[in-house]
Design a binder for this molecule. Structure first.
Ligand code: IPM
Ligand code: MG
Length: 370
C-alpha cells in the first residue's frame, strides 16, 4: 500500500492564500511527476476564521491539525481585526496551534542566496555565504507564562503582568534539538539569554551547558547575552552557526536575522513537537517567517518563495523526502539565478514578476531539473 501523507493547509490572511496557492502547484507537480500523493485538507485560521466563525481557530480545525501529519500555514492578522479584544485576535489562532500541538522547537534558517547578496542592507562582504539556524523555544516563556493579565488597582490605575518562566525539561528538549541539528551542520551552538538580569536566564544557561556536557561533547557551545547577540548579528553574522534561545528573544532575533538576508519574503520556518516513540512521527507546522502583509494582499505582489521553502522543510522533516526537498530548494535558487524577482527583492536589471509567475517558474525549474 502506498504511504499516505496528510497535509492540512491553513492559508490564513493577507497574502497567505496567494502564497499557499503556489504550494498547491508544487504539490500537484509532485503528484503528477514523482508519484507522491498527499491527502490535502484545508481550513481557516486567523482573521479568515474570525469572519467565518467568530473565532481565530475553531475546535474542528484544531482537531484536523492534531490529526494531520503536517500543517502548512500562510499568515495571520491584519488591520481589519486590530481592534478586537486580545483573546480573539487572529494571532491567538496561531498561538493555540503552537501550544496544543506542543510545537516547542521553532527552526528559523537565515541564509543568503548568492543571487540576493545585493538585496541585504548590510555590505555584501558581511552577508555573503551567511547560513544561520535559529532554534527558538516556542511554547513557553513569557508568551504563555502565568500569572498574566491586566488588572485595575484600588486607585484606578492599572497593572499589566506577564511572566517569564522556564523549567529544566522545557530548556533541555529545545536545546537537544539545537545540538542535534548542529551535529549535521558546523557543530557550533550559541545559546542566548539574559542571565545577567533574569533568573530564568541563569537556569537556561546552566541547563543548556549541562546537557551539552552530558550528551553532546562534540558540540562547541558558547553563551551570549541577548542584547550582545542582537549587536553581533549585524556586526559579524557569520560567527554564528546555530543559535538557541527562548521564545521572546527568538521572536526578535529571528526577524533581525531574516532581514540580514535581504528579504523576509525568502525565509521559511518549521515548528516541531516531540517524536512519538511508538509511531516515530512528530507533530509539525511549517510557515513563512513573513507576516500577512495586508498592504500588498491580493495584488499578486507577494513573494511565494518563503512559503515554498517552508514546504521544502516539510518534505524534509515530516516526510523524509530528502531528494524532493533538495530539488525544491535547488529549483528556487535556480529561478533566482535566472533573474526573476518579486517586488520585495527587485534589483536593477532583473525581471520583476508576480506571485503566480514566480510559482510557475519554480515548477518549471523542477521539471527541468529532473
Ligand atoms: C512570529 C510572529 C508571532 C510571534 C506573532 C504573529 C504571534 O511574530 O511567528 O514570529 O510573536 O511569535
Ligand atoms: Mg515574530
Amino acid at each position: 500500500m502506498p504511504e499516505t501523507r496528510s497535509l492540512l493547509l491553513l492559508p490564513g490572511d493577507g497574502i497567505g492564500p496567494e502564497v499557499m496557492a503556489e504550494v498547491r502547484r508544487v504539490i500537484d507537480w509532485l503528484g503528477r511527476r514523482r508519484g507522491l500523493d498527499f491527502v490535502i485538507g484545508d481550513g481557516l485560521v486567523g482573521g479568515a476564521a474570525i469572519d467565518a466563525h467568530g473565532e481565530p481557530l475553531t475546535d474542528a480545525t484544531m482537531k484536523q491539525a492534531l490529526a494531520a501529519d503536517a500543517v502548512l500555514l500562510g499568515a495571520v492578522g491584519g488591520p481589519k481585526w486590530d481592534d478586537l479584544p486580545f483573546e480573539r485576535k487572529p494571532e491567538r489562532g496561531l498561538l493555540r496551534l503552537r501550544k496544543e500541538m506542543a510545537l516547542f522547537a521553532n527552526l528559523r534558517p537565515a541564509m543568503v542566496f548568492p543571487a540576493l547578496v545585493g538585496a541585504s542592507t548590510l555590505k555584501p562582504e558581511v552577508v555573503a555565504g551567511l547560513d544561520i539556524l535559529i532554534v527558538r523555544e516556542l511554547t513557553g516563556g513569557v508568551y504563555f507564562g502565568e500569572p498574566k493579565g491586566i488588572e485595575t488597582l484600588p486607585d484606578g490605575s492599572r497593572r499589566g503582568v506577564n511572566t517569564q518562566v522556564y523549567t529544566t525539561e522545557e530548556i533541555r528538549r529545545v536545546a537537544r534539538v539545537a545540538f542535534e541539528l548542529a551535529g549535521r551542520r558546523r557543530g557550533q551552538v550559541c545559546s542566548v539569554d539574559k542571565a545577567n538580569v533574569m533568573e530564568s536566564g541563569v537556569l537556561w544557561r546552566e541547563e543548556v551547558q549541562r546537557l551539552r556536557d552530558q550528551a553532546f561533547p562534540e558540540v562547541n557551545l558558547t553563551h551570549m547575552y541577548a542584547d550582545n547577540c542582537a549587536m553581533q548579528l549585524v556586526r559579524n553574522p557569520s560567527q554564528f552557526d546555530v543559535i538557541v534561545t527562548d521564545n521572546l528573544f527568538g521572536d526578535i532575533l529571528s526577524d533581525e536575522a531574516a532581514m540580514l538576508t535581504g528579504s523576509l519574503g525568502m525565509l521559511p520556518s518549521a515548528s516541531l513537537g516531540a517524536v512519538d516513540p511508538s509511531s516515530g512521527r512528530r507533530r509539525a507546522l511549517y510557515e513563512p517567517v513573513h507576516g500577512s502583509a495586508p498592504d500588498i494582499a491580493g495584488k499578486g505582489l507577494a513573494n511565494p518563495l518563503a512559503m515554498l521553502l517552508s514546504f521544502a522543510m516539510c518534505l524534509r522533516y515530516s516526510f523524509a523526502l530528502t531528494a524532493e526537498a533538495d530539488l525544491l530548494e535547488v529549483a528556487v535558487a535556480s529561478v533566482l539565478d535566472g533573474g526573476l524577482r518579486t517586488a520585495d527583492i527587485m534589483e536593477e536589471g532583473k525581471a520583476r514578476v508576480s506571485t503566480r509567475v514566480m510559482g510557475e517558474a519554480v515548477t518549471a525549474a523542477l521539471a527541468k531539473l529532473t
